[in-house]
Design a protein around this ligand. Structure first.
Ligand SMILES: *Cc1c(COP(=O)(O)O)cnc(C)c1O
Ligand SMILES: [Zn+2]
Length: 407
């Protein structure tokens, strides 16, 4: 028996007039438009991601942000600005509306008065990948897709397995053999087939791509389908709402594929165009990577507008072990437009901050999340971040999923 998704949806989702203001898809490079009621992946001409577009003018006229605020908690309370047209297709496990926590002790240690974490570890499957996969699997369901495949550094696979199970879909996952055990086991227990690959996520991507073409699986690799970014952009809406529609000064984001960074930047654009923000001041976006795999940092520092493939990627922060993102241009342009920066940190430093964050604040962060604090340390020393700025670090997942590395 597959649970009907509407059983768990808030009544507000079902009773609203326009469920979504979705209009079409648009290539991030050439601007070509594609229908959102057909299955599309990325722009074949540019090999670039497709962005999801909405009728924001109509949304601004008809949607009241206070009404969204009053709805039952969860990512789908923003359904007017999400891509699913029929509430029955919203595949949810209760993702979103994670806590925004002040970090007074770690803040004091770093010399900051307003340091916060958006703590994504409370999402289903223990990481913020739940948001993206909830959106992607939901839209796949709406488009009639029954088999989903993914190459993953770990958490995306676990999330895809769970949402595919919830949707009654078949799931096939390619992950590097040295992915944290929790990711392999959570995927298998949710009924997914897991293939362990001797290599990196890029090798897994090659194999999954081939399998997808041969057997008709739908590939939900980030940015190779348009909708995962839509789930993750909601982190930007939630931040804006938490800060009473005045965005923080600095957002520090551990970057692998860059889905959340690009997604939040899109969310801020949408909010601004709907007139929901108090001013036009945007956060400076900081991309954090590991020294053993820092393609975005290298490209940012050399002024390049795309990333070179990073050879020999290695770091305990498995979510950051992405040698080249499919959305490298979008990541770099968001960082630059925001007057942000990019920082690489050592595994030693991020593991040290993982302990500090747990011991001083009680938050057992994923190594990727802890990496953001090591970067903040550097940026405060460089006076790039000022003592009274409002700084939000993203703890993207739970440390409990990495015990084989850090326990
Ligand atoms: C995937 C992942 C990241 C990187 O996220 P992107 O949006 O792909 O850059 C960071 N932290 C954790 C825990 C992850 O699972
Ligand atoms: Zn194009």
């Amino acid at each position: 028996m597959i649970a009907k998704p509407q059983d768990s949806l808030p009544a507000s989702v079902i009773s609203t007039q326009a469920i979504s203001y979705l209009t079409h898809l648009e290539c991030a490079d050439c601007g070509a438009q594609y229908s959102a009621s057909e299955v599309h992946t990325f722009c074949p001409d540019c090999q670039a991601p497709l962005l999801v577009k909405y009728d924001l003018e109509a949304a601004a006229r008809n949607v009241d942000r206070e009404r969204i605020h009053k709805r039952l908690k969860g990512m789908w309370r923003w359904h007017e600005l999400l891509p699913v047209l029929d509430p029955q297709n919203m595949v949810t496990l209760g993702e979103g509306d994670t806590a925004l926590l002040k970090l007074p002790r770690v803040g004091e240690m770093l010399g900051l008065t307003q340091l916060y974490t958006k703590d994504e570890s409370s999402n289903p499957t223990g990481s913020f990948k739940a948001r993206g996969l909830s959106a992607a699997v939901s839209k796949a369901k709406e488009l009639g897709i029954q088999k989903v495949i993914i190459p993953t550094a770990g958490n995306a696979g676990g999330a895809m397995a769970a949402y595919a199970a919830r949707a009654g879909m078949q799931a096939l996952i390619y992950m590097p053999r040295d992915t944290p055990t929790a990711n392999i086991q959570e995927s298998r227990i949710a009924g997914a087939e897991v293939v362990l690959v001797d290599g990196l996520i890029s090798d897994a991507a090659g194999m999954a791509g081939l399998k997808a073409r041969e057997e008709g699986w739908f590939d939900v690799s980030t940015f190779k389908e348009p909708y995962r970014m839509e789930g993750k952009k909601v982190m930007g809406y939630e931040l804006a709402e938490s800060f009473e529609w005045e965005l923080p000064d600095v957002i520090v984001y551990p970057t692998g594929g860059g889905t959340g960074l690009v997604g939040m930047w899109k969310a801020f654009d949408e909010l601004e165009r709907m007139g929901w923000l108090k001013n036009t001041k945007r956060p400076r976006m900081v991309s954090v990577q590991a020294e053993g795999c820092a393609p975005v940092v290298k490209a940012f520092l050399t002024g390049a507008d795309f990333c070179d493939f990073w050879l020999g990627a290695h770091t305990v922060a498995s979510g950051l072990r992405v040698p080249k993102s499919f959305a490298d241009r979008l990541i770099l342009s968001a960082i630059r437009e925001s007057q942000g920066t990019a920082v690489a940190v050592s595994d030693e430093a991020l593991l040290d901050y993982q302990k500090k964050l747990a011991a001083l604040e009680g938050i057992f962060a994923a190594p990727e999340g802890a990496a953001t604090l090591a970067a903040v340390h550097t940026l405060v020393e460089q006076k790039w971040i000022h003592p009274d700025e409002r700084v939000v670090i993203f703890n993207t997942g739970s440390g409990l999923k990495y015990l084989d590395y850090t326990g």
